[in-house]
Write a protein of this length. Structure first.
Length: 324
């Protein structure tokens, strides 16, 4: 069995630009962590997830690293909360918002182990999981787990096929060059039917092809806004060749935002100001064919982060509905 030809459910509302967020605190790379996050903890994480839910966000997202090599610790930090554990914690603290792994480095785990984790999370959260997967980029992290970094693309392709099969069927029957899975059952079953959606992350040509062939959606990783149209066109052209008219949910990641006029220096490359200005900036993604955008906010405290989430939901989000 292959994932090609099967699809998870479409979850992005039609006729609007949906919005989600990768939560602060859970990942603390020095490249993006704010000072207040370093002393924040579970209660602040819950506050933000609930504020996002109340503000109509489609999803909260949690990223994935296991062990950061000393060579990169200065830039990346070593605080990266476990993806499934954190999403499970947030599932119990919320009731409606989707739970996205953005992105889960699937090749680090046997895909049956990952299928068990995501199926359980979907079961316990009443069908709110979105499985975001990617190839990973830290060679020493692969080496620490006894994996071949150079083979990560092939490992991911095979793992997606097994994961999709195990999320679709209690007794998956799938052969890949890496794994052969027969006559074993996986329960609990996911609540979503036929399975939770699988969104593929990455912006390299192999990642774009992977999203087109194996993904229900695409999550760009570091694609500048000006290069989004060409990457979307590449995905859609390849998708049509291998999957015909099967739809794909296209995502984007915005610049940092600040709703209102900040009374402090928010730094360069931040879109701030009126709700109209911010909505106009985000709707440029919709014009490219994007259905959901991951937003992020500048803030000096959890209180300010929650205020930004709330302001976005009240002032910006209504302008993303029904616009051309």
């Amino acid at each position: 069995m292959s994932v090609v030809g099967t699809s998870g459910p479409s979850i992005v509302p039609k006729g609007e630009l949906a919005y989600g967020i990768q939560l602060p605190i859970q990942a603390q790379s020095s490249m993006f962590v704010a000072d207040w996050e370093r002393t924040a903890g579970p209660s602040e994480l819950v506050r933000m997830a609930r504020a996002a839910e109340d503000a109509g966000f489609l999803y909260v997202a949690v990223c994935d690293h296991v062990a950061i090599p000393r060579r990169l610790a200065g830039a990346m930090g070593t605080h990266w909360s476990d993806t499934i554990a954190t999403l499970g914690f947030l599932a119990a603290a919320t009731s409606r918002i989707r739970l996205l792994s953005h992105v889960y480095v699937l090749a680090y785990r046997h895909p049956l182990v990952a299928a068990k984790a995501f199926a359980t999370l979907d079961h316990l959260s009443a069908g709110r999981v979105v499985v975001g997967v990617g190839a990973g980029h830290v060679a020493e992290e692969f080496e620490a787990m006894g994996l071949d970094f150079a083979a990560r693309g092939h490992l991911l392709d095979d793992a997606i096929d097994v994961l999709a099969a195990a999320l679709s069927e209690e007794f998956p029957d799938v052969d890949t060059p890496t794994w052969k899975v027969h006559d074993v059952g996986v329960r609990p079953r996911p609540t979503q039917s036929p399975r939770p959606p699988i969104w593929v992350g990455g912006s390299s040509p192999p990642a774009l092809r992977r999203a087109a062939v194996r993904g229900d959606g695409w999550l760009p990783q570091g694609t500048p806004r000006k290069h989004m149209p060409e990457q979307i066109a590449y995905i859609l052209e390849h998708r049509r060749r291998v999957r015909g008219e099967a739809p794909i949910e296209l995502g984007a990641i915005s610049e940092f935002l600040y709703v209102g006029d900040p009374a402090w220096d928010v730094g360069p490359h931040v879109v701030s100001g009126t709700a109209e200005r911010i909505a106009e900036s985000l709707l440029e993604f919709k014009a490219m064919g994007v259905g959901h955008v991951q937003v992020r906010f500048k803030a000096r405290s959890c209180d300010e982060q929650v205020d930004q989430l709330t302001a976005f939901g009240a002032e910006v989000a209504p302008r993303l509905v029904g616009s051309p």
